[in-house]
Design a protein. Structure first.
Length: 221
């Protein structure tokens, strides 16, 4: 039986087109995206392009810089090191607070996300994998019940995810192992102390930081 084709809004098409241009390298990291020029190229209105860029900023693919406009996310080694130094402390705090607030429904939602990560890893569906990976972390931030912490982590973490997706791809086994590492954190929630969860989260983040730096920004380059 054939599946019903879902309609795609023009806004979603604009988001997808700009994202693919970024991922393919047609628009390079650090390059400025001019709304009027992009609208003309796509045959879309400027308000539609503006909405698309807001969505892509939320996903971490672009950044709004005062007096410069919207640019494709670009991070140097020092940027990544500084971001991770802050992230590891804030996300460890988030999971500590999440431990106090976690409900059975929260744990079920985290497990659902992990299953989606596993399927994406198996299919090597990288967009879907990173979408679910980020959803996992956002869920833990949300469980901390502190919107200021959530806002800070959004600003720090989403560009890291996007930059990693833009610049690299890994073998299937690496994605499977990543999903398993996230699952280990979820299964630890009911039976591990807040201190234990902090340790697990820090180890996971440090591991990803090392991989990101070694793959994308080796010191000898």
């Amino acid at each position: 039986m054939l599946k019903l084709i879902e309609p795609i809004s023009k806004r979603d098409q604009v988001v997808s087109t700009i994202k693919m241009a970024i991922l393919s390298g047609a628009i390079e990291p650090g390059e400025t995206i001019v709304e009027s020029k992009t609208a003309q190229q796509l045959g879309a209105g400027i308000p539609l392009v503006r909405e698309a860029l807001i969505e892509l900023e939320h996903e971490g693919y672009v950044q709004k810089i005062p007096y410069k406009g919207t640019t494709v996310t670009k991070l140097g080694r020092r940027d990544v090191e500084r971001a991770f130094r802050l992230r590891v402390e804030l996300e460890a705090l988030a999971i500590q607070w999440a431990k106090d607030n976690a409900t059975p429904a929260d744990i079920s939602e985290l497990r659902r996300i992990i299953e989606a990560m596993k399927r994406a890893a198996s299919d090597l569906d990288l967009d879907r994998f990173y979408e679910q990976d980020l959803a996992f972390h956002r869920k833990i931030w949300e469980m901390s019940d502190n919107p200021y912490l959530v806002d800070a982590l959004e600003r720090i973490v989403t560009p890291l995810f996007a930059f990693f997706v833009m610049k690299t791809s890994r073998e299937r086994v690496s994605y499977v192992e990543s999903a398993a590492a996230h699952e280990k954190i979820v299964e630890a929630f009911p039976k591990t102390s807040a201190a234990g969860l902090r340790k697990l989260m820090k180890e996971s983040i440090e591991g990803w930081k090392d991989e990101m730096l070694n793959r994308l920004l080796p010191e000898n380059l």
